[in-house]
Design a protein around this ligand. Structure first.
Ligand code: ADP
Length: 225
């Protein structure tokens, strides 16, 4: 369903990605690990078509995402929910409003917003904090709001780029548990992380990158760097 075909990305003379080939099946939970500068973020950007490959192709559900109309690309991007290390919530909106805003942007109706926002906040165990602003929430809670926002429009894929990078071990555990739950409900999850404990406890597929190349692709991987 996601397929990287001989993808190379050069910045000047240096390769951020070099001959990347792999595919991800629907429903997989895949982690991408590698030292800083290994190419993980560039890989994620390729998938959102925020950057163009120097050579090679990226396919999403059989569409070559660097070769589709702007309209189709926007539709594809709506199939991918994103979560980042720094949460990226709107500071002057409550948890409820942050999620409602994402639904409005996707053209959902007021009735859908009214019924789905409390439901998705329940799913991330924040049913009692829907009127809290981000500054009234802990880092872990803010990240759970961000997960709720990412999943509310029922994407096929969740892309989580270092989602636990700012969190303590307890909150890291909770965020990973929620991502597992989202995956169990059928959504593909792509996670980048530096956290060895997370990788070793997941027991899911791990792609290890080094200097722009995939050096390992393990079905039930452990963190080997
Ligand atoms: P990671 O996410 O694994 O830390 P990145 O994908 O951010 O790695 O970066 C991979 C390599 O590409 C690094 O050497 C980085 O310096 C380089 N790079 C990333 N983005 C740019 C850019 N916009 N311009 C030039 N070099 C870049």
């Amino acid at each position: 369903m996601i397929y990287f075909d001989k993808v190379t990305k050069l910045y000047g003379n240096s390769a951020a990605l070099e001959d990347i080939n792999f595919s991800i099946e629907p429903g997989e939970f895949i982690s991408i690990v590698g030292h800083s500068g290994a190419g993980k973020t560039t890989l994620m950007k390729m998938l959102l078509a925020e950057e163009r490959p120097t050579s090679g192709d990226v396919f999403f559900q059989s569409a070559n995402i660097h070769d589709v109309s702007r309209n189709t690309l926007n539709q594809i991007r709506r199939r991918i929910g994103t979560i980042f290390q720094d949460f990226r919530l709107l500071p002057y909106k409550t948890a409820y409003e942050n999620i409602a805003f994402a639904m409005e942007a996707a053209g959902r109706t007021d009735e859908e917003i009214y019924s789905d926002v409390p439901h998705v906040l329940e799913l991330v165990d924040l049913g009692d904090k829907l009127n809290h602003f981000p500054h009234q929430l802990s880092g872990g809670e803010q990240q759970r709001v961000a997960i709720a926002r990412a999943i509310v429009n029922q994407p096929d894929v969740i892309m989580a780029d270092e989602p636990t990078g700012n969190l303590d071990p307890v909150n890291t555990f909770e965020v990973i548990q929620i991502l597992k739950k989202v995956n169990d409900l059928g959504t593909t999850v792509i996670l980048t992380t530096h956290n060895k404990g997370v990788i070793d406890s997941l027991k899911k597929r791990v792609i290890t990158m080094d200097r722009g190349r995939i050096i390992r692709d393990d079905k039930e991987g452990v963190y080997v760097l």
